[in-house]
Design a protein around this ligand. Structure first.
Ligand SMILES: CC(C)(COP(=O)(O)OP(=O)(O)OC[C@H]1O[C@@H](n2cnc3c(N)ncnc32)[C@H](O)[C@@H]1OP(=O)(O)O)[C@@H](O)C(=O)NCCC(=O)NCCSC(=O)CCC(=O)c1ccccc1C(=O)O
Length: 261
């Protein structure tokens, strides 16, 4: 597969997968998701890879979720080679790849970009990184992993705060909440992630694989809600409420959702 939206390289025993749409703050479209899935499966299959580092181009954003401009223009997140919108499959592959996935957060991790980092095994953040959900502002949501797994990670009250009020949180706050594992100066981010990957590479791969699946077992029942949430989000996407959210984003004005209460 030819990558347009991501890059893939191997450094020592780490696969470095980089989201590469900096002009759209590394927001994703259907093609981005398809390429990310491909890159993760490539890392899964490779004996040269012991751990995956997921990061993004530039120092402004890790990923700010779905590309709202494309959605506003076309009513979807665009086309992929196989014709599918596979955000659920990306989440699944991050959970199921039997190697540690290290998110290296180089800026804003917002909306669907925040969900992706939450699902990574560990997160290292640059000092200037910002965290939060934004879906309810544009009539979107992830009521599957995005809600339930976030609550498992940081607790119900904090998860509900993040989703219901759509605020942004500093890297330091994220560290205090257990949302990230370590905060480093931006210029040290990739080296720090590589050092973690190097440490993981010294471990028994079978032990890491079994541990990852053991950790996953406890939250596996969330998957049922993931599919239900995807169906309801798809339905919301075809409504006037959704159109108002996306149009307001493009117009740079607050949405008027009052009529949909
Ligand atoms: C991230 C911001 C807080 C950054 O703010 P700031 O630094 O002031 O920069 P801006 O001037 O706002 O932005 C610069 C430039 O980038 C454009 N841009 C920003 N975000 C997006 C985006 N998401 N899509 C397209 N373009 C974007 C912005 O318009 C500017 O362009 P100019 O042309 O220069 O004006 C701030 O930008 C911000 O809050 N962004 C919006 C974040 C957002 O709403 N994200 C979408 C949330 S919904 C989502 O992610 C859907 C996910 C999903 O579909 C899903 C489905 C099923 C299961 C799970 C999921 C899932 O959630 O993963």
């Amino acid at each position: 597969m030819n990558y347009e939206d991501v890059s893939y390289e191997i450094s020592d025993a780490a696969a470095i997968i980089t989201i590469n749409r900096p002009d759209r703050l590394n927001s994703f479209r259907a093609r981005t998701i398809e390429e990310l899935i491909h890159a993760f499966k490539r890392a899964w299959a490779s004996r040269d890879v012991a751990a995956v580092i997921l990061t993004a181009a530039g120092n402004r954003a890790f990923c700010v979720g779905g590309d709202q401009k494309i959605f506003n223009e076309t009513g979807s997140y665009g086309t992929s080679e196989n014709g599918l919108w596979e955000i659920d499959e990306l989440h699944t592959v991050i959970r199921n790849i039997p190697k540690p996935v290290i998110a290296a957060i180089n800026g804003h991790a917002i909306g669907g970009g925040h969900v992706i980092h939450v699902l990574c095994d560990v997160t290292i953040a640059a000092e200037h990184a910002k965290f939060g959900q934004a879906g309810p502002r544009v009539a979107s949501f992830d009521a599957g992993w995005g809600a339930a797994y976030l609550a498992r990670t940081i607790g119900e009250k904090r998860a509900r705060e993040i989703w219901f009020f759509c605020r942004q949180y500093t890297a330091q706050q994220a560290l205090e909440w257990g949302l990230v594992n370590k905060v480093v100066p931006g210029e040290q981010l990739l080296d720090e992630a590589k050092a973690w990957a190097k440490d993981a590479a010294a471990m028994s791969p079978t032990a890491l694989k079994a541990l990852k699946y053991g950790f996953n077992a406890d939250s596996a029942q969330i998957f049922g809600a993931v599919k239900m949430a995807a169906v309801s989000l798809e339905l919301l996407g075809s409504t006037e409420e959704s159109a108002e959210g996306k149009q307001a984003f493009v117009d740079k004005r607050p949405p008027n959702f009052a009529q949909f209460r």
